[in-house]
Design a protein around this ligand. Structure first.
Ligand SMILES: C[S@@+](CC[C@H](N)C(=O)[O-])C[C@H]1O[C@@H](n2cnc3c(N)ncnc32)[C@H](O)[C@@H]1O
Length: 276
C-alpha cells in the first residue's frame, strides 16, 4: 500500500522520546520512526538479536488471526493499539475475505492517526480514531466508532501487543473484559502479549530499561496472566487437532510448527477466543 504524505512531527508527538508505535515500526523494517527510536532499538537489539523476528512473529499472528476471524460470522473489527500503518494492515487482510468488512483502528499515539488518516481518506468502511484504551467508556462512545460498528452484531476485537503497555494498577484484564462486555455473542478476541518466561533475564532487563525511558513502560507477564484475558471465553484451537490453549505467536495457525517455534516467537503468548 502506498502512503500519502503525513506530517513528519504532528502536534502531541515528542520526537526526542522513543514511542512504542515507532519502535515497533522500526522492528518491522518500517520508516515511520525517528533517530531516537532507531538508536534505542539498536541498543536493545545487541541483547535481543531476535527482536525483529519477535515483532514479525506477533504481526504474523495478528494477520492470521484477523483472517481466521473474518472467515467466521463476523463482518466488523475493532483493532485497539493498531500501530502505524504497515504491510498487511487489518482492513486489507479482512477486506480480502469480504470487501464489505468494516474496520475501526484505535490508537492513542497522534502519529498513528497522522499516518492513517491520509491512507484511509475516502474509505467508507475503514476509520482510525485516537483514544486511550484505559478509558473504555470514551473509546466505545467515540462517534467515529459508533458510526461504523453495530454492537448488536459480532465483532472481531484485535488487541495484539498492546496490553503489555498497561500497568497492573490499571487492571488490564478488567479493561479487556469491559470491551468484551460491550460486544455481541459470537464476537472474537485476538490478543498477544510479551512474556519473560523463556527468555534470558538480561535481555528482559534491557527491554524493560529501554521502555522505562520511552513514552510507555513495558510489563512482561507470565502465561497464567495472559490466559486470564480469555476468562469466560471459548479458546479456539490454534491449529487443527491441537488443544485449545494460549500458545507462542508463531504457533497460532502455523503452517509448519517446527519453523514457527522460533526464538522471536517465544517472547509472546497469544490466543483467539469466542464470546458465547
Ligand atoms: C507494538 S504496537 C502493536 C501494533 C499492532 N497491534 C500489532 O500487534 O501489530 C502497540 C501499539 O499500541 C499503542 N498503545 C499503547 N498503549 C495504548 C493505550 N493505552 N491506548 C491506545 N493505544 C495504545 C501504541 O501507540 C502502539 O501503536
Amino acid at each position: 500500500m502506498t502512503e500519502a504524505s503525513a506530517p513528519s512531527v504532528p502536534p502531541g508527538v515528542d520526537p526526542n522520546v522513543p514511542a512504542p508505535a515507532r519502535l515497533y515500526d522500526y522492528y518491522l523494517g518500517g520508516t515511520h520512526n525517528y533517530p531516537v527510536d532507531r538508536e534505542a532499538a539498536e541498543q536493545i537489539r545487541k541483547l535481543i538479536p531476535e527482536l525483529s523476528d519477535a515483532a514479525w512473529a506477533n504481526r504474523g499472528f495478528h494477520q492470521r488471526a484477523a483472517r481466521w476471524i473474518a472467515l467466521q460470522d463476523v463482518r466488523q473489527f475493532i483493532d485497539i493499539g493498531s500501530g502505524l500503518p504497515t504491510v498487511g494492515n487489518t482492513h486489507e487482510v479482512v477486506q480480502r475475505v469480504d470487501p464489505a468488512m468494516r474496520v475501526v483502528y484505535v490508537d492513542h499515539d497522534p502519529l498513528v492517526l497522522a499516518h492513517s488518516a491520509p491512507l484511509l481518506a475516502g474509505q467508507r468502511r475503514t476509520r482510525a480514531i485516537q483514544a486511550d484504551l484505559r478509558k473504555p467508556d470514551q473509546l466505545l462512545s467515540h462517534p467515529d466508532l459508533t458510526g461504523l460498528i453495530d454492537f448488536s452484531q459480532p465483532t472481531g476485537l484485535m488487541m495484539t501487543w498492546v496490553m503489555h503497555f498497561v500497568a497492573d494498577s490499571d487492571d488490564p484484564q478488567g479493561l479487556v473484559a469491559r470491551y468484551l462486555a460491550a460486544l455481541a455473542p459470537g464476537s472474537y478476541l485476538a490478543l498477544s502479549h510479551v512474556t519473560n518466561e523463556k527468555t534470558p533475564p538480561a535481555s528482559v532487563a534491557a527491554a524493560e530499561a529501554l521502555y522505562a525511558k520511552a513514552s510507555e513502560q513495558l510489563y512482561f507477564r507470565p502465561r497464567a496472566d495472559v490466559q486470564r484475558f480469555f476468562d469466560g471465553l471459548e479458546l479456539i484451537s490454534p491449529c487443527p487437532n491441537t488443544a485449545a490453549e494460549v500458545v507462542h505467536t508463531g504457533d497460532w495457525g502455523a503452517e509448519d510448527p517446527e519453523l514457527a517455534d522460533s526464538d522471536g516467537s517465544r517472547w509472546s503468548w497469544c490466543g483467539v477466543a469466542r464470546k458465547s
